[in-house]
Design a protein around this ligand. Sequence first.
Ligand code: AMP
Ligand code: MG
Length: 419
Amino acid sequence: MSGLLSVEEVLARVLARVQVLPSESVPIADALGRVLAEDIIASFSVPPFRNSAMDGYAVRAADVSNATAETPVSLTPIEDISAGRMPQRTIGQGEAARIMTGAPLPPGADAVVPVEDTDDRWRVEGYTPLPARVAVFRPVAAGGNVRPAGEDIQAGQVVLRAGTILRPQDIGVLVSLGFGTLAVRRQPRVSILATGDELVEVGQPLLPGQIHNSNSYMLAGLVQQCGGIPFRLPVARDTLDEVRARFEEALALQPDFVLSSAGVSVGTHDVVRVVVEQLGRIEVWRVNVKPGKPLAFGQVGGVPFFGLPGNPVSAMVTFELFVRPALHKALGADPLAVPLTTAVLEEDLTLDGRRTYVRVILRERNGELVARTTGTQSSSVLMSMVLADGLMIIPEGQSRVAAGSRFPVRLLRPLLHSG
Ligand code: AMP
Ligand code: MG
């Protein structure tokens, strides 16, 4: 189809205009979901010292190699080592130290016999003084139940790369390495506008012909999900003065991006284009995608601007395709990384030849994922996004695809199993 740009061409043009934001320092407790601004290199090993993986007795493995339940090996406990304390003695031949999980292994010992494999009864009877002798019922291999120093992380290792979106386990590792603060990317500030004479804010009664401004809230949620800070502006009527005033308010918030929904098509009241041309520059691209009307992109007051379609599904899908990658690039994260799987279509589909993102419900059948549509694929039916597990990607140039075909699916949520 001539005059249409592919999703990839448009994405490349958008990304070329996006700058990576500066970094800032945050306390580790506030770092969840933030994006690392630099590689993290371990300055010491974790664990820093060789320690016991079990409650039991630190021994020399060679001393207990012949131990059995019938012919136990008797050792002399010389010390109690609890977690957090350093051993004071070296284990000699025929000796052992009672040791707790996480406590440093004493010199001389090379293995830990679990308490269950001894006649020590402390597990059953509570704390008991160190016995004069302990019987070991089972051999243990050298290194058995011992965690070597650096088992988790080696000093000098690159633990996390710049661009990582921090998860709880990443935070845990960073704290184990002593990071109390971190260099992360500043969060992009995103001003969100909605235009339309038919729109009223939630909480206001709907008069005949009116609908609630749902796009602004949905887009704010998407921005937050991407690690940005959304600023929702009041609805602008479809007049040049009001739309212009709203854009000026949006710019006063010193945003890194400006988003608007609706008003960029060819409707007689679509004034967004006019206003953006006054305040900056705009390009409107016809994208070979469905859903998705023309996408407007440019700058207002020097700030990157996206004019998204008004239809809620189109707004959300074009956000996913173009705005999410832009926000991720600004954050220094990989703009192209998306959760992707494949699934087998369960029904025939008729298409118009555009790249189509079909809202699908996924389930597992005989060990493979199968997909059925959410029902009507109208771009005004936001329930299709509520019901969908993912967007099945049908390549351009198809007028019909048959049940049984396999296509990639971009996941909109993790696939859950209950029970
Ligand atoms: P437009 O791009 O102005 O032609 O709008 C396309 C469709 O999207 C129309 O049905 C609008 O009523 C609807 N729409 C526009 N803006 C919003 C919004 N903020 N929230 C929900 N629906 C909207
Ligand atoms: Mg409109």
